[in-house]
Design a protein around this ligand. Sequence first.
Ligand code: ZN
Ligand code: FE
Length: 242
Amino acid sequence: MLADNYAWILHNGVDAAVVDPGDAEPVLRFLERVKLRLSHVFITHHHADHCAGAVELKRAFGCPVIGPDDVRVPYVDHAVRDYGGFSVLSESLQVMATPGHTMTHVIFHFPNLRAIFTGDTLFCGGCGRILEGTPAVMLQSLIKCIGVEDITSVYCGHEYTEENLLFATTVEPDNKDVWQRLADVKYLQRRNLPTVPSTIAVERATNPFLRTGSPELRKKLGMQSATGVDVFAELRKRKDRF
Ligand code: ZN
Ligand code: FE
C-alpha cells in the first residue's frame, strides 16, 4: 500500500489481524472481499505510513489497537514494550521492543507460526534509518530481532530489498549469496512480485547490517579492528548517502 509499504494480514478463516495499516481503505476492501472480521490492529511505530489507517479500522470493527507506548499514538489500547503473554487468533505472540528507528518501535513475533513482523527495524537486505536512537541502540535491536529461529519468516514494512542488496554488493562484493539473492529479487521485481518475506537465515547470510563481523566487509571499509557498533554506524552512514 501507499508507495512501497506493506501491511500484513493474518487470519484463521474467520478472524483477522492486521499489522501496520498505513491506509485503511485497501485493508477494508480485502477483508470485505474474503469475508473476514478484524479482531486486532498491530502497529510497529508511530510513523503515518504504518498507522494512519488504525483509527478507522478500530472504529469499523471495534477492535483493539496494539502498539508502542508512545503519546504520538494516543489511540493505542494495549501499549506494549517487551511482552510475552499475548495470544492472538489462538497463536502465542511475543512483542519485542526494538528502539532505534524510533525510540518506541516494537516488533511482533509469532513463534509457532515462525513469523516475525519487523516494521522499519529489520528490512529484507537492510535496516531502517536511525531517526531517534543511536547506532548502538539500533544494532542491539537488530541482534534481538535475529535471535529468533533461523527458519522464521521476516515480514518487514517496506519493499526496499533490491536497493538494499545493491548497497550490499558495494560493501561485500565477494559475497556470492548477496549476488544470488539480488538476481532472485530482480526477477521478482520485474514481474511486480513481492520480495518479502525472507527468512532470518537469509538475512544473516546477506544483510550487511547483520554482518558487521564479516572480514571482507571490514576490510572493504578499512575497519578491521573497529568495534561492531562502529562498523554498523559506518554502514548506516554509507547507506544513508547511497
Ligand atoms: Zn518508519
Ligand atoms: Fe516506514
